[in-house]
Structure formats: structure tokens, C-alpha cells
Design a protein around this ligand. Structure first.
Ligand SMILES: [Mn+2]
Length: 154
């Protein structure tokens, strides 16, 4: 982290995907309290988070709007993806506005964070749906990074 600080680099850890144990393997970053523990462990502005809506949002006990507000000054990258959770704890990817997570509320919280900090947070619309007639079309990149100021990173 000191090297990141000296280089002006902001680290942003991605949550576990999926945010629960598979094959008995332990997980590290699955909940808001996990993310808080990482932030608390190294109190540096270089120690930040990727708010992956799809990963954190796969758990019903993660409130994405609450997390965006709680970590407003430490979210350095956002993956916008929505999911629909099933009763057995599994989930599947959904359209951005048709899943179980409040994507509008999330964006509102992130825009508020940007306004407060004056810093644009890169946001990637994860796993965008590519329509058959768009394949190969010039400029179609579902993974394109888009920031509030329409800077393109991908
Ligand atoms: Mn992600």
C-alpha cells in the first residue's frame, strides 16, 4: 500500500464472485462487513473498493445503496450488473433494471458520491447484452468503461 500511495495509485479490490463459499473454499470479500474490515485494516486513500453490483448483489443481505453510501469515498471502480436471486441461494444475471438490486438507487448514490468528492468513478456496465445484429458492428463494446464525463477507458 505504501508503494501505491507513492505512485498515486488507487487499489480497488473486487468482491468474491460468487460471494459465498464454493467447494468448501473460504471467501474474503463477500459482505459489507468484509469490505469494512479491509478498509479498516489499512487506513490509506489508496486502499479502496470495486463495487461490483453483480457480485455483492448476489447476496440478499448486501444492500448496494447502503454500501455505496457507506464507502462513498473509497469506491474507485464500479461494475454495474444485476442478478435475480433464487430461493436456494443461487442466482442468475438479469437485465440491469429487472433484477433484485436497486440499480437506480445505486446510481443515485454513486452520483451523489461523485458530486461530493468531485471525482468521477469509472463505471463498467458488466456483461452487457450484445444483440445478434450488433456483433461486429463498429463501436459496439459491451465491456466499455464509461465514466460520468463520458471518458472511455476500454
Ligand atoms: Mn465484477
Amino acid at each position: 500500500m505504501p508503494s501505491a500511495e507513492s505512485g498515486g495509485i488507487k487499489m480497488c479490490i473486487h468482491p468474491d464472485d460468487p460471494p459465498f463459499s464454493l467447494f468448501g473454499l473460504p471467501r474474503v470479500v463477500s459482505t459489507q462487513s468484509d469490505a469494512q474490515a479491509i478498509i479498516d485494516a489499512v487506513p490509506s486513500p489508496s486502499n479502496g473498493l470495486t463495487l461490483c453490483a453483480g457480485s455483492y448483489g448476489a447476496r440478499g443481505d448486501n444492500d448496494l445503496v447502503c454500501m455505496a453510501n457507506a464507502f462513498a469515498d473509497r469506491i474507485y471502480f464500479v461494475h454495474l450488473r444485476n442478478v435475480i436471486r433464487e430461493a436456494d441461494g443461487s442466482f442468475f444475471e438479469s437485465e440491469h433494471l429487472c433484477g433484485d438490486n436497486d440499480m437506480v438507487g445505486l446510481i443515485q448514490a454513486l452520483l451523489k458520491a461523485e458530486t461530493k468528492s468531485g471525482i468521477s468513478i469509472p463505471m463498467r456496465p458488466d456483461h452487457g447484452h450484445l444483440l445478434a445484429d450488433e456483433i461486429g458492428a463498429d463501436g459496439v463494446k459491451p465491456w466499455l468503461f464509461v465514466s460520468r464525463t463520458n471518458e472511455r477507458f476500454g
